[in-house]
Design a protein around this ligand. Structure first.
Ligand SMILES: [Zn+2]
Length: 172
């Protein structure tokens, strides 16, 4: 992580969604080649009287196939992550400084799992109630469907048929 930040070279990657197990579980009809495009950039920021602060900027964009909560069909939700993090030495410092920091705080680790962080962020960025603006199958009739409606009206009404059956039953 330290070396990555000191390099200052942004990392631009494409990761298959199916490789993110926790996220993939939320998807409906995930294509094998569905991917998230992301970049991560480290930055050293001078701090008065201290070692430079280690910062990370994570950005990601993905179209995630979720389940529409109205029609239960697949709905593509565009999800974006754009987050700054500041690394601190210990969990205690992170807890103590978290309230007064606009940026998220992360504890510096020798092998920092960037993909796990990205997956966490994507999970948090998911819409709470994914829904089509307009579901492909509309439950109510629109003007264009009136013809179909009158056609079906000529067919025997299932309730009428049921009523007829009931009558017969009574007769028997
Ligand atoms: Zn829908």
């Amino acid at each position: 992580m330290q070396a990555f930040v000191q390099d200052g070279v942004p990392l631009a990657e494409t990761t298959l969604l199916q490789n993110m197990e926790r996220l993939a579980k939320e998807m409906q009809g995930l294509q094998p080649d569905s991917a998230v495009h992301w970049t991560a950039k480290g930055e050293l920021r001078p701090q008065p009287g201290a070692e430079p602060g280690v910062w990370l900027h994570l950005q990601a964009k993905a179209d995630l196939p979720l389940t529409c909560q109205r029609c239960m069909g697949a709905v593509i939700a565009p999800v974006e992550v754009d987050q700054w993090y500041r690394f601190v030495a210990t969990e205690d410092i992170a807890m103590a400084e978290d309230d007064q920091s606009e940026e998220d705080l992360l504890v510096m680790e020798p092998h920092f799992d960037l993909l796990a962080l990205l997956e966490d962020e994507l999970l948090m960025a998911l819409p709470l109630v994914p829904m089509h603006e307009q579901c492909p199958v509309t439950p109510t009739l629109s003007a264009g469907e009136v013809d179909i409606a009158s056609e079906t009206a000529e067919k025997p009404n299932p309730f009428a048929v049921l009523a007829e059956l009931k009558k017969k039953k009574i007769v028997i």
